[in-house]
Design a protein around this ligand. Structure first.
Ligand code: HEM
Length: 386
């Protein structure tokens, strides 16, 4: 990558790929590091739904599971467990929001908030304290969230190895004494992973992977929802939009996943580019969501578009087609719960934030400070209501 491109990319990665798209006439762009990316929304949709691109296993789980059936079973088991755990998430959220400082630094505070609310769902409270402590350390120490510095990433590898070892021992114990009913994500996974097919260590690795897959996009999407809502409603009053519209629009305007990669199944030509079997071709949710043929005023953050029939183009923050996110619906529920808790009877404002993304584990907001000011109570002597 040339120095000028590097600088422009670092300054604003999303604007950078948008500028490549504006110059392209084929619906496919080549990123400076060589990868090809679909920039046309119709082509993106076709590719994500094409059975030929989805004959094998999804790359999401890497090499961890033996078959596509096993991948689907694990995804569904975790999703079902989380869905049942929404009331538990909500209860912890209420406590966590009360303890949030009036001015908090984001995205770190959002990361901590989401992690705290799912911690007991990931590993139930009767799990050995040392293992739960390692899981917490992993969330703060670069195993779960991207660590910017090399020395932090090296330290995170050591921490990750300790966590996997502790979880492997937990799996061994739980397989010896199975629980009647899933108490956490680890139990849910065990129910979907027969010991003959998936080793103790692999289940432990899967747990670390799902920990990231749940917490990281939820935290980033919550931070985007808070930031974009505040940047677009600067009046000293509660937001005029329902939380679910803000969440959806944030997921559209600043989708956390940077790219959805697919392996080309056989030699083919697309948008004038010749691909060989095994090449990687990705789809950009950001470019798809900013395609003027799909969305009116795609550059504008406008939560109310979600109540208007007909203004919904191709929406792929959670992917689409056979490999679509298993947790999409529950993720949206958890995001709406979180934003509702943060905005309840409160005016939100931000300082230091802008809508440019930083590249970490995907598109994440740059640091900002969130100020929460309680609204004057509507009950009591001023209004005469009790
Ligand atoms: C805002 C939060 C989330 C976002 C943005 C997100 C996004 C995604 C994306 C983009 C994919 C890949 C789709 C593709 O390649 O077409 C994916 C896959 C997946 N996600 Fe999520 N996700 C989120 C939360 C969750 C949660 C809470 C769960 C928990 C159940 C989850 C479970 C999965 C699973 C199991 C897959 C793999 C699906 C498969 O290959 O069968 N995700 N997610």
């Amino acid at each position: 990558m040339r120095t000028g491109d590097k600088r422009r990319f670092r300054r604003d990665p999303l604007e950078y790929i948008d500028s490549l798209r504006r110059r392209s006439t084929t619906g496919i762009i080549q990123l400076p590091w060589g990868e090809y990316c679909v920039s046309d929304a119709d082509l993106a949709r076709t590719l994500l739904r094409d059975p030929e691109f989805h004959t094998g296993m999804s790359d999401f789980f890497g090499e961890l599971l033996p078959s596509r059936g096993a991948q689907v079973a694990v995804g569904h088991a975790v999703r079902d467990f989380l869905r049942a755990g929404v009331p538990q998430y909500r209860a912890e959220l209420a406590r966590a929001v009360t303890e949030l400082a009036p001015a908090s630094r984001w995205p770190e505070s959002g990361n901590r908030l989401v992690h705290r609310c799912v911690a007991d769902l990931l590993l139930h409270p009767a799990t050995p304290a040392a293992t739960r402590r390692l899981s917490d350390l992993a969330a703060r120490g670069g195993v779960v969230f991207h660590a910017p510095q090399m020395w932090q990433r090296v330290r995170a590898e050591v921490l990750r190895a300790r966590l996997v070892a502790a979880l492997t021992e937990q799996v061994r114990q739980r397989r010896k004494h199975p629980a009647g009913q899933a108490r956490d994500v680890l139990d849910a996974m065990l129910g979907a992973c027969p010991p003959a097919q998936v080793s103790d260590r692999t289940v432990a690795e899967l747990h670390v992977m799902m920990h990231r897959a749940i917490v990281v996009p939820l935290s980033a999407s919550l931070a985007w929802s808070v930031l974009l809502g505040c940047l677009h409603h600067t009046a000293d009053s509660p937001w005029p939009w329902p939380a679910d519209q803000v969440v959806r629009e944030a997921l559209r305007h600043r989708p956390m996943p940077w790219a959805l990669a697919r392996t080309v199944p056989h030699s083919l030509e697309l948008g004038g580019v010749a691909f060989q079997a095994g090449d990687l071709l990705s789809v950009s949710p950001y470019l798809t969501h900013h395609d003027e043929h799909q969305w009116s005023d795609p550059e504008v953050f406008r939560p109310e578009r979600w109540q208007e029939p007909g203004d919904h183009g191709c929406f792929i923050t959670f992917g689409a087609g056979p490999f679509t996110c298993a947790g999409a619906a529950v993720a949206q529920t958890l995001l709406v719960e979180s934003l509702t808790a943060l905005t309840g009877d409160t005016c939100l404002s931000v300082t230091g934030g802008d809508s440019r993304a930083a590249m970490a584990e995907g598109n994440v907001p740059r640091p900002f400070t969130l100020c929460r000011t309680p609204m004057p109570s509507k009950t009591g002597p001023e209004t005469g209501r009790r």
